[in-house]
Design a protein around this ligand. Structure first.
Ligand code: ADP
Ligand code: MG
Ligand code: MG
Length: 255
């Protein structure tokens, strides 16, 4: 199995005098087959954590380490991170003008595995995965993210994950903007990937709703750039009932 280790990660956003520390010592370990939920209030730095692991240039690592199976992720280019087996579904995926979903997926698969997938089995895999996600086959010919609805973006993310078979997947706000049907389909897609390729999942969310469909093994409460509490699935229930107020107060008192 694989292991993603985040140790004492400190990250700032902005330049020079404007630089603002966002992550203030994050420690997390995610292994193959495990699902970790990160839950926290808006503005606590959850997306910053995802973007930092993805290698987004806006975020400056000011301390700590991120390794995948002992390899230094922070030294890798964005492409190298994907080839190493990291998958990051972004909260606001970008449009890729003039590139169809079908070509995009095949190009990504080729880049990650180092060789073009065999056409027949690939076409079959794409079709199977799309049917499982209740996606119309015409979707494959549309341009990536062009006019995609919220639900289509999320399905496209999970389609990518299902086909690219990463070692570790980071899903940021996969539940935002989904109706109940789309949430179920997307969650089933994540669960399928867990069952078939034992992907390790870091599921970042503001709401407990998705955790009814995707059972986390571990729940981490994230406040003001740090993990402030860790537990099992029962912690999600506590958050559902009590919210983040007590954690935010503790943080304010400490400041
Ligand atoms: P969350 O995902 O938990 O809602 P974010 O990581 O999006 O939190 O944001 C954490 C903090 O960092 C917020 O105060 C936000 O305004 C700030 N921030 C995040 N990204 C940027 C950016 N690119 N430029 C300026 N500020 C940012
Ligand atoms: Mg936010
Ligand atoms: Mg966010």
């Amino acid at each position: 199995g694989s292991v993603l280790e985040i140790r004492d990660l400190h990250v700032s956003v902005g330049e020079g005098d404007e630089a603002k520390p966002i992550l203030k010592g994050v420690d997390l370990t995610i292994r193959s087959g495990e699902t970790h939920a990160i839950m926290g209030p808006n503005g606590s730095g959850k997306s910053t954590l995802a973007y930092s692991i993805a290698g987004h240039p806006k975020y400056t690592i000011t301390g700590g380490t991120v390794t995948l199976d002992g390899e230094d992720v922070l030294e890798m280019s964005v492409d190298e991170r994907a080839r190493a087996g990291l998958f990051l579904a972004m909260q606001y995926p970008v449009e890729v003008p003039g590139v169809s979903v079908s070509n995009f997926l095949r190009t990504a698969k080729t880049a990650i595995s180092g060789e073009a997938p065999k056409l027949r089995s690939w076409v079959k895999d794409v079709r199977t995965e799309m049917e499982a996600l209740e996606m119309d086959s015409a979707f494959a010919e549309r341009n990536v993210n062009e006019g995609f609805s919220g639900g289509e973006k999320k399905r496209h993310e999970i389609l990518q994950m299902g086909l690219l078979k990463p070692k570790i997947a980071i899903l940021d706000e996969t539940d935002s903007g989904l109706d109940v049907d789309a949430l179920r389909v997307v969650s089933e897609g994540v669960n399928r990937a867990k069952a078939t390729s034992s992907v390790g999942v870091l599921l970042i969310t503001h709401y407990t709703r998705i955790l009814r469909y995707i059972q986390p093994d571990f729940v981490h409460v994230f406040v003001a750039g740090r993990v402030v509490e860790e537990g099992g699935p029962e912690l999600a229930e506590k958050l559902e009932n009590e919210g983040y107020a007590a954690y935010l107060k503790a943080d304010a008192d400490a400041a």
